[in-house]
Design a protein around this ligand. Structure first.
Ligand SMILES: [Zn+2]
Length: 314
C-alpha cells in the first residue's frame, strides 16, 4: 500500500528549495528523492521553500515540516532539523540524512505511515525500541510520490499543516516507556480551551510553533507530586493569525472528555508525550483507548504496569 498523502502538491515536478543551513543533509535528502521518484528537487534560490537547522531545545521533535497551501497547491514550506537532538552522539550523519529525507517527504505532500520503521521513510519516530527508521525512500513512499506527481490533484482542506518527527527520551514506543518518561500521569476532564498562541523555544523566533492551552480538571493523580484541580496542558496546533494550524498526530481535545494523560514538564509548561500517543480516552467501564493507536487498555493492566515501573525506580 502506498504511503498516505495530503491532497495537495507542488505545481510542478521540478521543485527548487533554498538551504539556509544543514547543506549536507538536505542535499542528500534531495538526491534520495530524485534518484527514486519522478520529482526533481534542486537546491537554489527560493522564497517559498526553505530548509534549515535550528536549536529549538528539548521540544520532542528532531525534525519538522510546516507547509501552507492554497487549493490543491503547496504555496510554501519550511523544513527544520533541531540541533538540540541531532548534535547528540546517537545521531549519526546517516540518521540525520534520513530525518532530512523524512521531512522532505512531508514537504512533497506525504503523511506519516505506521507500516513500520523498516518499511517506510515516513514512519513517525526516528528511534523505536529496537530499530532506527530507514534512511531512504522505500517502495510505498516511491509509489505515493510517483502517483501524486503524475495524477490529478484534489482540493486542500486547510490553510496550514504542521508535521513533525517525534522522539521520546527513552527511544521506545511501548507503553512502559511513556510511564517512565512522564513527569506526571493524571486523569481528568477537559474543561476549556484557550486561543492558539505562538510559542517560542529559547530566544529564537525561528523555533516558534502554534500551541493551544487546555484546562484539565484533574480528578486522579497516578504519578507525580501535584494536587488535584486545574492543570493546563500545552497541546501542539490551534487557531492563530486567522489560520488553522493542524498538526498530524495531535488531535484537539473535546470539552467534557475524560482523559488519561502522560505529561512532561518542560520550559514552564506541561506537554503531552508524543502528542496523541500520550492521550487515552476513558470509556465506559474500566477501559481506556489510546488516541493514536486506538489500542484498548484495561485500567487494571495500566495500574499493574504503573506499579512495576514505580517499583523499578526504587
Ligand atoms: Zn514526520
Amino acid at each position: 500500500m502506498p504511503t498516505p498523502v495530503w491532497p495537495y502538491s507542488w505545481p510542478s515536478k521540478d521543485i527548487t528549495f533554498k538551504i539556509d543551513s544543514g547543506t549536507t543533509y538536505y542535499n542528500a535528502a534531495a538526491s534520495r528523492w530524485n534518484n527514486a521518484t519522478n520529482v526533481t528537487m534542486t537546491s537554489g534560490d527560493s522564497d517559498v521553500f526553505i530548509a534549515k537547522e535550528v536549536n529549538a531545545g528539548e521540544t520532542g521533535w528532531d525534525g519538522i515540516s510546516q507547509r501552507s497551501s492554497s487549493g490543491s497547491e503547496i504555496t510554501g514550506c519550511t523544513v527544520k532539523l533541531n540541533t538540540f537532538y541531532t548534535s547528540q552522539e546517537k545521531y549519526t550523519e546517516e540518521i540525520i540524512k534520513g530525518i532530512a529525507t523524512h521531512e522532505f517527504g512531508h514537504a512533497l505532500g506525504l503523511k506519516h505511515s505506521d507500516e513500520g520503521p523498516d518499511k517506510t521513510i515516513m514512519y513517525p519516530n526516528t528511534f523505536s525500541a529496537d530499530k532506527v527508521r530507514v534512511t531512504t525512500p522505500q517502495q510505498p513512499d516511491i509509489e505515493a510520490i510517483n502517483g501524486k506527481y503524475s495524477s490529478g490533484l484534489q482540493a486542500a482542506p486547510l490553510d496550514v499543516d504542521t508535521e513533525y518527527s517525534v522522539i521520546t527520551p527513552h527511544y521506545t514506543t511501548n507503553y512502559e516507556g511513556y510511564i517512565c518518561d512522564a513527569d506526571v500521569i493524571v486523569e481528568g476532564i477537559v474543561e476549556s480551551a484557550g486561543d492558539g498562541s505562538e510559542h517560542t523555544f529559547g530566544d529564537d523566533k525561528d523555533t516558534s510553533l502554534i500551541y493551544t492551552d487546555f484546562d484539565i480538571n484533574v480528578k486522579v493523580v497516578y504519578d507525580g507530586s501535584i494536587p488535584c484541580g486545574m492543570l493546563t496542558v500545552h497541546q501542539m496546533g490551534g487557531k492563530y493569525g486567522g489560520k488553522e494550524h493542524k498538526v498530524e498526530g495531535s488531535t484537539p481535545f473535546t470539552i467534557g472528555q475524560r482523559v488519561l494523560l502522560h505529561l512532561r514538564w518542560l520550559n514552564g509548561h506541561y506537554y503531552l508525550i508524543n502528542e496523541d500517543e500520550g492521550v487515552h480516552i476513558k470509556q465506559c467501564g474500566h477501559e481506556y483507548v489510546n488516541v493514536k493507536t486506538n489500542n484498548k487498555m484495561h485500567k487494571l493492566t495500566f495500574l499493574q504496569q504503573l506499579e512495576e515501573i514505580k517499583n523499578a525506580r526504587k
